[in-house]
Design a protein around this ligand. Sequence first.
Ligand SMILES: NC(=O)c1ccc[n+]([C@@H]2O[C@H](COP(=O)([O-])OP(=O)(O)OC[C@H]3O[C@@H](n4cnc5c(N)ncnc54)[C@H](O)[C@@H]3O)[C@@H](O)[C@H]2O)c1
Length: 270
Amino acid sequence: MLEENFLEGKGALITGGASGFGRGMGLAYAERGADVVLVDINEKLLEDTSKQINQKTGQKVVPITCDVSKADQVKAMAKQAFSELDNIYLLNNNAGIGLGMKDITKIDEKWFDTTLNVNLKGQWLVAKELSRRMKKQKFTPIAGKIICTASIAGMVVDAGLPAYSISKAGVLALMQLLARTLAPKMTVNAISPGYHVTGIYNNEFQTMKITMDLGHVKTPLNRVGTVDDIVNVSLFLASPLSDFITGHNFPCDGGIAEVGVPAYYTKSNI
Ligand SMILES: NC(=O)c1ccc[n+]([C@@H]2O[C@H](COP(=O)([O-])OP(=O)(O)OC[C@H]3O[C@@H](n4cnc5c(N)ncnc54)[C@H](O)[C@@H]3O)[C@@H](O)[C@H]2O)c1
């Protein structure tokens, strides 16, 4: 059984923490007793989110503005994070950008580079900086946990989201490499969301629906995803219930990646 405050005494650092899944994870962890560092490039939103979570939970919430694709900024962020919190037990490597609807032969170099730099290199830089100290922490049986936000587009590549798909396939490889390298001290797993209304779709259902229609996406469970769907998986991976799991990807997509994309087209309204 999981204790209500199972993250008491533990620190969590979440990149992309100002919005969407990151904000949901920050709140859920703080509600279970964690002190939290939220890292984001959007300074204003980061300040607002951090204040809200602190006011709701009473936990320490530290905002750090940082572009995760820049090595010098990530180094400074890691230093500040470890000076603010006693420990960082959880790292949610979650910051990411989308989308860009051109095909692989048409996307321009700048867009390709930016997407890869933020979504893939950013996760590598942050994991590299933080894991050095996380793996030496005294928690048992696991010294720390990394949870990478990937995507079903990294499992079944989406021709309409080529750079994004490549970046997320890379995140799945990065997750496995980190899991092998950091075992037995740490666990490293990934969550692959499907379609959830967040900042990546300007928080608009309609924008998301256009992306789904262009990709002929059907959702077997016949609803769109929520932030909580992903936060619930993250809570499981953050908890002792998952202490024997490392190197795995957890799709959370209403069944799209397994049965809902062509050629396994299923009937559903969404
Ligand atoms: N929403 C979905 O349906 C969906 C599906 C699959 C995967 N994802 C992934 O989920 C993760 C979280 O995205 P979200 O959906 O919550 O969207 P979101 O836009 O609400 O949140 C992403 C956050 O990342 C921040 N960010 C962007 N670039 C950054 C950078 N260079 N450095 C630091 N922070 C940066 C943004 O400011 C934003 O606050 C992303 O990795 C995204 O690719 C989302």
